[in-house]
Ligand binder design. Structure first.
Ligand code: NAP
Length: 249
């Protein structure tokens, strides 16, 4: 039997990368999936390639108003919410001395404020036995130059996972995180890093990652599937690294 049949799952930031790979896998496993993104054009381009029971909703992860509409439209379409996968995230590198308030607010609004307030609004509709999954990052436990803002935003999510897991356990709602290391996704083309800087990082990956390579979005999606399905029914408050050993060894 499919692992997610009958489940209603919202995946934020599902127009590319790990969010899209996860949404595809959840659909394959029988879920009804709500895919969000901030670009209508990118959402529209998915219509030809996705199969299954899904809807596409334009919702900026940093906007509480959009989150409210996202929840209303999800409940109107599918009647309930079983799983929230907070995947949408942005990465900007700014070493100390160059950090701007604008970048801080941009990253924290999307990476931290959005997920927390969306969960806040979605709670009345979240089903007993459901769960919330956050996409964190290896950078919440590794000191990496230039990522004090991004890394701390992901560390905030790690903390939120523990607190919400404690709050929601009495309702049998689990809360977990998947924590990727370097994963080959379009995010690298959206950062403020130069091509040379990205190439330098990529070249260094074999030294930093015991498995010596970037991971794939699908490798993260398979872990996300484990965490949102009943296969992980006794796991809550946890963060599973998918990082080729980068933060483990
Ligand atoms: N790739 C890595 O090495 C890595 C490592 C650790 C953690 N992560 C985390 O993994 C998650 C997924 O990233 P990815 O690598 O798969 O990158 P990605 O391909 O850029 O996917 C991110 C998704 O989030 C969307 N998004 C960004 N800002 C949004 C907003 N304000 N509202 C709604 N959607 C928004 C993006 O849409 P647009 O296309 O419009 O930007 C895209 O669909 C992120 O939280 C990231 O921080 C990535």
């Amino acid at each position: 039997m499919s692992k997610l049949s009958g489940k209603v799952i919202i995946v934020t930031g599902a127009t590319s990368g790990m969010g899209l790979d996860s949404a595809r896998l959840f659909l394959k496993e029988g879920a009804k999936v709500v895919l969000t993104g901030r670009s209508q054009e990118k959402l529209d381009s998915l219509k030809d390639e996705l199969h299954g029971d899904y809807i596409l909703i334009k919702a900026d992860a940093s906007s509480t108003e959009d989150s409210r509409r996202l929840i209303d439209e999800t409940v109107a379409a599918f009647g309930k919410i079983d799983v929230l996968f907070f995947n949408a995230g942005v990465f900007v590198a700014q070493p100390l001395g160059t950090i701007t308030e604008e970048t801080f607010d941009y990253i924290y609004d999307i990476n931290v404020k959005g997920p927390l307030f969306t969960a806040n609004l979605a709670l009345p509709h979240l089903q007993e036995g459901g769960n919330i999954l956050f996409n964190t990052s290896v950078s919440n436990v590794k000191g990496m130059p230039g990522v004090s803002v991004y890394g701390s935003s992901k560390a905030a999510l790690r903390s939120i996972v523990r607190t919400l897991a404690a709050e929601l356990a009495p309702r049998n709602i689990r809360v977990n995180a998947v924590s990727p290391g370097p994963i080959e996704t379009p995010i690298w083309g959206k950062t403020n890093l130069t091509e040379q800087e990205i190439e330098g990082f990529a070249a260094g990956v074999s030294q930093q990652v015991p498995l010596g390579r970037f991971g794939s979005g699908d490798e993260v999606a398979r872990t996300a599937l484990f965490l949102v399905s009943d296969d992980s029914s006794y796991i809550t408050g946890a963060e599973i690294p998918v990082d080729g050993g980068m933060a483990q060894i």
